[in-house]
Ligand binder design. Structure first.
Ligand code: GDP
Ligand code: GDP
Length: 478
């Protein structure tokens, strides 16, 4: 840009629909009196400039409040006219919303236009000093701009967080013009209808998401130690002898993906490297190739870990299972060669108990007894893979999550630290595949691990996410 190696000359523009608190923030950051602010939306103000400061960081600030009084036929036209100029000269946009009101249709509309300006943006959720702001904050995640920064312009809260966010954005010039990437999965439904409230908004987003998922093939991987029956299973599933099986097997085809249909939906079997390797006669050392397997897992959404029921759960099986969960994939266990088991109920109980005890990262991993040789239970296996896939892609609405969180925290409060109660104040799902949740709280670094486990286990139970790895992140708010 115009400036030469200078950091003092950065220009920030405060942008947002009327009444979200742009002038108040402008005044706060420039240290001006709040004389110009008024409760009435649309009180006349011009675009103003000021010298802003947060701590040691100084910048030039443009306020776009007042666009609603500019000339133009529609609100949109007026908005553009005034804001375009401010945005045009800004290095960074502070896109302001009112956290108490959540994301309104006008915010969405505004943002759609702003995105086309290709400026780095920080999403600022103002008026966040009250409890009423919590669900709005969660909703704001759905805008795909990363974490909304909760501030209260009026009460001078959250300015340090704002500074961090500004530094983050400006420090990483590579991200210039590309602010939407982050949470692509949580993009808004295409037609952006107006929503009566946050729940309706969430539900519509979730439904659109689910439809989208159903159109794509399920990316499935089948992993396991040598000789457990992977090739036999794959042959059975695709219903063709395309892969050669058995001790005398020759070299199989070199495909890395095989597509087939299951009850009208597409399944894509990814990377058969492990299968191919084993079936080469010359490679009879029967070592488990961890790197091949890891590669396969990374291409997959759902992974079927095949066990030999007669051997049950071995150390290597557990290693594979943990790899799958660590990679954030959905795990399904197929206990193969079930035809050879005599006392089936006893064997199944023993196996599920062991899975439950050994794989605590994801309680409730489905275990299905199957026989690749006879074909027994294979339809159910793929049904289970689809069901798991759906959970793995699940989007949970913000307000039920927060109702649940309040209950959990009330029933069993987190400990005191230095005389102050640790308190997760709100949460929201920030990603799917696997489900990932952010908890917002004071002093997140102090939250004990077992409290987090309490929350994760509760979450899994309440929202029915068995067998799916759940990720969490703790974020700081005052
Ligand atoms: P603008 O139209 O976006 O410039 O919004 P204003 O700065 O004029 O603020 C609109 C209204 O919101 C005024 O009544 C402000 O006092 C109020 N307001 C601004 N910031 C905050 C805040 O942090 N908390 C609360 N509760 N109200 C605020
Ligand atoms: P891979 O190394 O995991 O691909 O295992 P294979 O598919 O080559 O199977 C190894 C051996 O187990 C072969 O002799 C198969 O016939 C046998 N096998 C595979 N599935 C079953 C099954 O469900 N029941 C029985 N009894 N044998 C099986």
């Amino acid at each position: 840009m115009r400036r030469e190696g200078e950091t003092m000359g950065l220009t920030l523009a405060i942008v947002g629909r009327p009444n979200v608190g742009k002038s108040t923030l402008f005044n706060r950051l420039t240290g001006r009196r709040q004389a110009l602010v008024d409760d009435q939306p649309g009180v006349t103000r011009d675009r103003r400039y000021g010298d802003g400061r947060i701590g040691e960081f100084t910048f030039r600030l443009v306020d776009t409040a007042g666009f609603e009084d500019a000339k133009g036929d529609t609100l949109e036209a007026r908005m553009r006219d005034q804001t375009e100029r401010a945005v045009g000269e800004a290095d960074l946009i502070l896109f302001l919303i009112d956290a108490r009101e959540g994301v309104t249709a006008l915010d969405q509309h505004f943002l759609r236009w702003l995105r086309k300006q290709h400026r780095p943006m920080v999403l600022v959720a103002n008026k966040a000093e009250s409890k009423a702001a919590l669900s709005g904050l969660g909703e704001a995640h759905r805008l795909g701009l990363g974490d909304p920064i909760p501030v209260s312009a009026e009460h001078a809260q959250g300015l340090d967080l704002l500074l961090d966010a500004i530094r983050d954005k400006l420090g990483d010039k590579a991200k210039l013009g590309d602010p939407v990437e982050e949470e692509d999965e949580f993009a808004l439904p295409a037609d952006e209808p107006e929503f009566a409230d946050a729940d309706a908004f969430d539900e519509a987003a979730a439904a659109a998401h689910e439809k989208e998922i159903e159109k794509r093939p399920l990316q499935l991987a089948i992993v396991g130690r040598p000789n457990v029956g992977k090739s036999t299973l794959v042959n059975r599933l695709i219903g063709e002898d395309r892969l050669l099986v058995g001790p005398e097997a020759g070299i199989t085809r070199d495909s890395i993906a095989i597509d087939w249909q299951h009850r009208g939906r597409r399944v894509r079997l990814v990377d058969t490297a492990g299968v191919r390797r084993h079936s080469k006669v010359i490679d009879k050392v029967e070592r488990l190739s961890v790197s091949d397997t890891l590669n396969t897992i990374r291409y997959a959404e759902v992974v079927i870990l095949v066990l030999d029921s007669e051997v049950m759960l071995e150390k290597q099986d557990l290693t594979l299972a943990r790899m799958v969960l660590e990679e954030g994939r959905a795990l399904l266990i197929a206990a193969n060669k079930w035809d050879r088991i005599e006392d089936k109920p006893k064997a199944l109980k023993k196996l599920t108990d062991r899975v439950e005890k050994s794989l605590t990262q994801a309680k409730g991993i489905p275990v299905l007894p199957v026989s690749a040789l006879t074909g027994q239970n294979l339809d159910r296996l793929i049904d289970a893979a689809f069901a798991l896939h759906k959970q793995w892609n699940r989007r949970l609405a913000t307000s039920p999550l927060n109702r649940w969180l309040r209950g959990m925290v009330d029933n069993h409060p987190a400990p005191l630290v230095a005389g102050r109660r640790l308190k997760p104040r709100y949460m929201t799902q920030i990603k799917t595949r696997p489900p990932t949740f952010a908890f917002f709280m004071n002093r997140p670094e102090k939250l004990p691990d077992d409290y987090m486990r309490y929350l994760i286990n509760g979450l899994r139970e309440q929202f029915e996410l068995p067998g799916v790895p759940i990720r969490t992140t703790l974020r700081k708010i005052k």
